[in-house]
Design a protein around this ligand. Structure first.
Ligand code: TYD
Ligand code: MG
Length: 452
């Protein structure tokens, strides 16, 4: 038997070493180097077919490259199209990451069931029967969707050659394995090798490939970080499993912007596209409750009205608790300190809980003013007017700072029937004929007058 060859890999950057060491020379991370069994591949699995001319690549003068109409495959899913920047680019590799059970398999199976092209869904995780059962919940009528349960890349390529699909979906990259590498599936060298083979296949045949990737405990895509460098697009599917909303974002996109966002709702019959997120994220209550405020935020290019809830109560124990869901806890502490110092509210001995409803996480600084308003409202136990909304950042000295694209936020608030929006005095607004009243404020004290 041949001697087993092992190599040491850095789990973070994929650098190779002949022997173990504590720190990776390339990325300077500690304890990321692991040993793996490898066998150098003699040849790649994907053999370039000789016949079709389009499969060969020749050098072109840069002036001669046609960019006028970059053909994209429509995914027949408005949210996914938006996040990808208008559809799937032929020959691209897209990686979809997300926590277990969040709905990655559901999303991609649903896409393959909707597509009018010939799609091949390769699953290494579930049996054909299981996938059929899932598909029946979604939409059983599609003649173009083929399911293959296989994990060996050699066999997958054989089937691809026979079937010639227009799009290939792999669920998941961690279950694939190539015969040329001896280590087990999911190891760094296997993931690298299988991805390389898939890239070669995708680029040479102009077939787009969608990969599902597992994520580790700390939220990174399992396997080497280098995987994210190899693919063209990295999508993240996130949300709270106990809530119905799921958010799809692009962390990297070679063919579009990374600021777009897709929103889905998980239903009994699969994922439904949410085209009017603001209307769903705001609960329409009849009675006015203290501690609720609406923020006019922006996620990517999309305005999104979000409900912020705060609860301020006298601390039972010596050390008051501060907890935030969907909002940065450090930022909450900062806002509380500003309220204490600049507006004279004694919150030091109070418990403060903050929640962004709908299970989504917001990092738009324009939500600050709504957070402050919700805290003040709960602290004084006075409900804010239901038709108030807020869009401004709060600075350390209690100043109300301008936010980007404020006019878009104002128009969204107006569309949803809000009567008053609070924004910074320093925002340049040139909107005319708005029915919504725009309150310009410059200091946190200005807000206090309206709230309490
Ligand atoms: P799944 O797609 O298997 O997640 P992942 O591939 O990311 O691990 O997600 C399955 C979850 O979604 C599971 O908890 C059941 C739920 N679900 C629905 O609520 N409705 C549906 O129509 C389907 C297919 C799944
Ligand atoms: Mg799955």
């Amino acid at each position: 038997m041949a001697k087993v060859k092992t190599t040491f890999f850095c789990q973070n950057c994929g650098a190779q070493y002949a022997k173990w060491q504590g720190q990776c020379n390339a990325c300077k991370n500690w304890n990321t180097i692991v040993e793996e069994v490898v066998q150098k591949p003699e040849k790649s699995d994907w053999k370039t077919p000789k016949s079709p001319a389009k499969r060969a690549s020749i050098p072109l003068r840069i002036q001669d490259i046609d960019t006028s109409k970059e053909a994209r495959l429509d995914t027949f899913d408005g949210e996914l199209n938006r996040v990808l920047g208008g559809g799937i680019v032929p020959g691209s590799l897209t990686l979809l990451g997300g926590e277990p059970g969040i709905g990655k398999s559901t999303l991609l199976l649903q896409i393959s069931l909707k597509l009018p092209y010939k799609t091949l869904y390769v699953s290494g995780e579930e049996s054909q029967k299981q996938i059929k059962m899932r598909a029946e919940r979604i939409n059983p009528n599609n003649n173009n969707c083929y399911i293959l349960t296989e994990t060996k890349t050699q066999n997958i390529f054989k089937q691809i050659e026979a079937l010639e699909p227009d799009i290939v979906i792999i669920d998941s990259i961690q279950t694939l394995h190539s015969d040329y590498i001896e280590s087990s599936s999911g190891s760094i060298s296997q993931i690298k090798e299988c991805t390389t083979e898939l890239i070669k296949f995708a680029k040479e045949t102009a077939t787009p490939v969608l990969l599902i990737g597992h994520i580790t405990k700390d939220g990174n895509i399992a396997g080497p970080k280098i995987l994210e460098h190899m693919v063209d697009t990295v999508l993240q599917f996130e949300g709270d499993r106990n809530h119905i909303f799921r958010i799809l974002r692009a962390n990297k996109n070679r063919f579009g912007s990374t600021s777009e966002l897709g929103i889905y709702e998980m239903q009994g019959s699969g994922l439904r596209e949410v085209t009017n997120p603001s209307e769903i994220l705001i609960s329409k209550k009849d009675e006015e409750l203290s501690g609720n405020a609406i923020a006019a935020t922006l996620e990517g290019m999309r305005p999104l009205m979000i409900e912020v809830q705060a609860l301020v109560s006298t601390a039972v124990y010596g050390t008051p608790q501060r907890s935030a869901t969907g909002f940065n806890a450090k930022r909450l502490n900062m806002l509380l300190a500003v309220l204490e110092k600049r507006a004279g509210f004694r919150l030091g001995a109070k418990d403060v809980f903050l929640n962004i409803t709908g299970g989504i996480t917001v990092d738009d600084p324009a939500i600050d003013l709504a957070v402050v308003a919700a805290i003040l409202s709960s602290n004084e136990d006075v409900a804010l007017q239901k038709d108030f909304c807020f869009a401004a950042e709060v600075g350390l000295s209690g100043e109300i700072r301008p936010v980007q694209r404020v006019e878009q936020r104002i128009l969204e608030a107006e569309k949803l029937g809000f009567a008053t929006i609070f924004v910074s005095k320093y925002n340049k607004i040139s909107l005319k004929n708005t029915t919504i009243s725009i309150q310009l404020i410059s200091k946190i004290e200005d807000l206090v007058g309206f709230v309490v």
